[in-house]
Design a protein around this ligand. Structure first.
Ligand code: FNR
Length: 347
């Protein structure tokens, strides 16, 4: 029933995946205190190397990008060396791996970078407590100046070059789930009045600058982005966001990216202003490769691919519970059910 998932897929002239199952990016907070990936992480990823493509857990591009404890980085030589061990372990098993590049913007906390400032599109803060450090409350961010924006774009590009040096096959820009890139794309977090605010063209500018700087450095064939046109996490929806994504997707179409990956937890969610599911909206506005995700099983995901809803399927929680997910699905074996308690250990 899930045979479609086991067909190979040509992403572009340089990358062919051995099957259509991606391991979704999954933050596990288990890098060491210098935010260097560990041998345990290498073993964890290598056990999942039979996915068509692994997307790494979100990996910060510089210190003020951090909003969760022990998330790995890609800005020091030690972090690059740590990732080399991970990518080599995945390659030895015949796998492919992209790095997910992350700046959390206003979801960051200066607890992780003492003396530094939290930065975002605007000075509009989140309410409440950090999700994995409940004792900390969100801070009001500083609105990035245009000089800050130029530096951020450069730092994304440097992190992408570092990812290639570390042996990754490419990068996925984390433009989803209410983090920095997404904060520019939604009206509830962006009230700028300069070239980066108010109109769809301006609100898309930062995302496009990051994409172009990275593509120039490592090639568009190795550059992907994750997007959440439907606001559902760390951000409030606004019906005007629709026009921003309409414009952004029209601009991404000719850029020959490796893929666009939807960012969502449950793709049965419907968004009024998108006219239904976020995946259907993406399909209507983008004709290249789309990665679907969000509470799919191998069966429902395979059916969605067969019905042309998207091209590739990312699997998150089931990959935490089942290192041998691909093998189990291929052989029709029963899967272990995911539970939050499994996050305590890297198995
Ligand atoms: C996530 N997700 C996520 N997304 C992302 O873009 N970067 C990340 O680092 C993480 N981290 C993360 C950690 C944990 C513990 C969970 C459960 C989820 C979201 C993930 O990639 C995926 O979109 C969702 O889990 C939905 O897919 P499943 O789990 O329904 O297959």
């Amino acid at each position: 029933m899930s045979a479609t998932l086991f067909e190979s897929f040509k992403l572009n002239s340089t990358l062919t995946l051995s099957n259509k199952i991606l391991m979704a990016p999954l933050t596990r907070c288990m890098a060491d205190d210098e935010l260097v990936p560990t041998q345990t992480m290498a073993d964890y990823y290598a056990r999942r190397a039979d996915a068509g493509l692994i997307i790494s857990e979100a990996t910060i591009i510089r210190p003020d990008a951090q909003g969760y404890p022990n998330t790995p980085g890609l800005y020091t030589q030690a972090q690059i060396e740590g990732w080399k061990v991970v990518t080599a372990a995945v390659k030895e098993k015949g796998g492919k791996i992209f790095a997910q590049l992350w700046h959390t913007g206003r979801v960051a906390h200066s607890y992780f970078f003492p003396g530094g400032e939290v930065i975002s599109a605007s000075n509009l803060g989140l309410e409440g407590n950090l999700s994995r450090m409940r004792e900390l409350t969100y801070q009001t961010p500083k609105a990035a100046t245009t000089a800050d924006i130029s530096q951020l774009v450069e730092d994304y590009a440097i992190a992408a070059a570092n990812a290639i040096e570390a042996g990754f096959d490419g990068v996925e820009i984390h433009g989803a789930n209410g983090y920095l890139v997404d904060q520019f794309l939604h009206h509830s977090s962006n009230n700028r009045t300069d070239d980066y605010g108010q109109t769809p063209e301006n609100m898309s500018r930062f995302a496009l600058e990051v994409i172009d700087a990275i593509s120039e450095r490592i090639g568009s064939d190795r550059t992907a982005i994750r997007l959440s046109p439907g606001a559902y996490f760390n951000i409030e929806p606004d019906s005007r966001d629709r026009q921003v994504f309409d414009y952004l997707l029209s601009q991404l179409e000719p850029r020959n990216l490796a893929f666009i990956h939807l960012g969502i937890f449950d793709d049965s969610m419907e968004f009024d202003y998108l006219g239904g599911k976020a995946s259907s909206y993406l399909r209507q506005h983008y004709n290249q490769t789309i990665v679907g995700v969000g509470s799919y099983t191998a069966e429902t995901g395979s059916e969605a691919i067969s019905n042309d809803k998207f091209d590739l399927l990312a699997i998150g929680r089931a990959f935490i519970a089942n290192p041998d997910y691909v093998e189990k699905v291929r052989n029709g074996l029963e899967l272990t059910e995911y539970e939050d308690g499994m996050l305590k250990e890297l198995v």
